[in-house]
Design a protein around this ligand. Structure first.
Ligand SMILES: [Zn+2]
Ligand SMILES: [Zn+2]
Length: 347
């Protein structure tokens, strides 16, 4: 079968590899129809993803149609449209025991630590397979995973009805988190450096948007402008929930500064550079600062949202390429990051 492989940084190839077989009684074999390209796939390709092991069949956002099942598989059958949770955990470490398997001490992610889903067939354990109940467009079967990231952010930030949320960054994760927050009944203000990304965020459901000007440009003070907008948004109370999808040291600092007393800050960055945040910043306001990584059992909630129309897959996927043009897709993401929200490859 054909697979998209990254043998080493800056090389991407279509290779013929052996087709996987159903071996365990709980294995599910899936013919992949679609795979979403994520920033972390680009990171594996350009060597900036410190977790990646080479050579690797990439892809952790994927879905398709069940073709075969092991004899103990109960939840799906051949012909079902499904998507796959890429999180693999041990089941017995502390995190796993308390139900937080997405931060398992020996966590492995398909497409990062193990071969992923950018290939014609995969065999994965039944517990990682989630079924769509209404018929989906085949190229949309990979779209659930980024929304699970958004769902996890909402759970970690305890975002619920009536909450006012600031989401910094209108890329795919920011948009997914926004739609999940809207689904939960929250009100969302989004910021970005790019006007067209904010226009799209508005079309996709953001209540308010604020354009951030890069430091020193046009003589504008971005802090003041955002402060004024946030004051208008919250009636001067300060913003109770901040989600930082910009993921640079200064955006983390800004999140902590902007959060209201008793507020929550959700962090998703994986960078190692320190931010300057003092103990007093956290203690005085009694902030809750939480990390959010991957997803912890969020797939079924996302499928429900995609099926009831509260999460919008069609607008989310902006570019579609056949798998043999994967290099072109990566190039498009690299050269036109403002236009691409989510690019998928089809098999
Ligand atoms: Zn991803
Ligand atoms: Zn574990």
């Amino acid at each position: 079968m054909k697979a998209v492989k990254v043998p080493k940084p800056f090389e991407i190839r279509i290779e013929d590899v052996p087709e996987p077989e159903v071996r365990a009684e709980t294995d599910v074999k899936i013919r992949i129809t679609s795979g979403g390209i994520c920033g972390s796939d680009v990171g594996i390709w350009n060597g900036t993803n410190s977790l990646a092991v080479y050579p690797r069949i990439i892809g952790h956002e994927f879905g398709g149609i069940v073709t075969e099942t092991g004899k103990n598989v109960k939840s799906v059958k051949p012909g079902d449209q499904v998507t796959v949770d890429p999180v693999m955990s041990c089941g017995h470490c502390y995190a796993c025991r308390i139900g937080r398997h997405n931060v398992c001490s020996t966590l492995e992610v398909l497409g990062v630590h193990r071969d992923g889903g950018f290939c014609e067939y995969v065999c994965v354990p039944e517990k990682n397979v989630h079924k769509f109940h209404t018929k989906m467009d085949e190229k949309m079967l990979s779209v659930a995973e980024p929304f699970t990231i958004g769902t996890e952010i909402n759970r970690r930030g305890q975002i619920g009805k009536g909450d006012q949320v600031l989401i910094m960054g209108a890329g795919p994760i920011g948009i997914a988190a926004m739609q999940c927050a809207k689904r939960n009944g929250a009100e969302v203000l989004m910021t970005d450096l790019v006007p067209s990304r904010l226009d799209r965020a508005k079309r996709m459901g953001a209540d308010r948007t604020v354009l951030i000007h890069p430091q020193g440009q046009q003589g504008k003070d971005q802090g003041q402008e955002l402060d004024a907008e946030l004051a208008a948004f919250t009636g001067g109370e300060g913003i109770p929930v901040v989600v930082d999808t910009v993921c640079i040291p200064s955006s983390f600092e800004q999140s902590v500064q902007l959060a209201s007393p008793a507020g929550r800050v959700v962090v998703i960055g994986l960078k190692n550079q320190p931010s300057r945040i003092t103990m007093a910043d956290i203690t005085k306001k009694e902030l809750t600062i939480v990390g959010s990584r991957l997803n912890c059992g969020c797939f079924d909630e996302v499928i429900e949202g995609l099926e009831d129309g509260t999460l919008h897959a069609e607008e989310f996927v902006t570019h579609v390429f056949p798998y043999y043009e994967v290099e072109k897709a990566f190039q498009m993401i690299r050269e036109h990051p403002q236009e691409v929200l989510k690019a998928v490859i089809t098999f």
